[in-house]
Design a protein around this ligand. Structure first.
Ligand SMILES: [Zn+2]
Length: 236
């Protein structure tokens, strides 16, 4: 009985199942999808900042034109005041008062202009940072997704190759032995054969009776571990 070949066969099948599990696993894909979601969120934040800056810029323009209006009114008032046409002291006093009020109004408006402008600058800085963050994340994401896709392709090729090798090996193993093996896989999965190491079954770590040990070494018949039902194979 070529137990060595059968043991190689079991190992090959083990490699196949492991790789198949990796190929079918969606864990990394889900991670990448989550990452994509975070990048889209950064992009939305960037767009919101842009919108906010546009709105602020319009407000700054409005305040600027308001200041210009006030300055026109101021000049008109100054012209009237110093032209000398108005001589009535009461009227002059009221005009001076209005001019002062315009000055106050202008000062407040200029303060608002400065404040809004500062906010625009700070928002623009925030926008630049956001753009940079987006670029960095996007590049890293692209790199990782390409790597993921490439590895997936390689794994698929290797999986097909393993499947081919398994089929080839099946031809080299005695069909009745293979039949027994498959019968056992129903109960034991892909761990049908267990190596005997230092007199113990590697499948369950229980001592093998001396008589069984001799039979395993002789290799003339199948020896089953009394404890875990695996077929025992000598350390090859
Ligand atoms: Zn055992």
């Amino acid at each position: 009985m070529d137990m060595k070949k059968l043991y190689e066969y079991q190992n090959l099948r083990g490699d196949y199942f492991k790789l198949r599990e990796k190929v079918n696993s969606t864990a990394r894909k889900e991670e990448l999808l989550e990452w994509k979601g975070r990048i889209e969120q950064i992009n939305r934040e960037k767009e919101e900042l842009k919108k906010l800056i546009d709105e602020k810029n319009k407000l700054v323009e409005k305040i600027d034109s308001l200041i210009k209006d006030i300055e026109v009114k101021e000049r008109d008032m100054e012209k009237q005041l110093y032209e000398g046409k108005v001589v009535n002291p009461k009227e002059l006093l009221s005009m001076q008062k209005k001019l002062n009020e315009l000055g106050e109004h202008k000062k407040h408006t200029e303060d608002a202009y400065i404040k809004e402008n500062e906010e625009v600058f700070s928002l623009q800085r925030e926008l630049e940072n956001k753009k940079e963050e987006l670029m960095k994340e996007y590049r890293r994401y692209q790199y990782e997704i390409n790597k993921y896709k490439q590895n997936k392709e390689i794994d698929k090729v290797n999986l097909n190759e393993l499947a081919k090798q398994i089929k080839e090996m099946e031809k080299e193993i005695d069909s009745s032995l293979l039949e027994i093996y498959f019968k056992y896989t129903k109960k034991l999965g892909n761990s049908v054969l267990a190596i005997v190491k230092k007199g113990k079954c590697e499948g369950c770590n229980i001592d093998i009776p001396k008589v069984d040990l001799g039979d395993v070494k002789a290799g003339n018949k199948l020896v089953i571990c009394e404890n875990c039902d695996r077929i025992l194979v000598i350390n090859l």
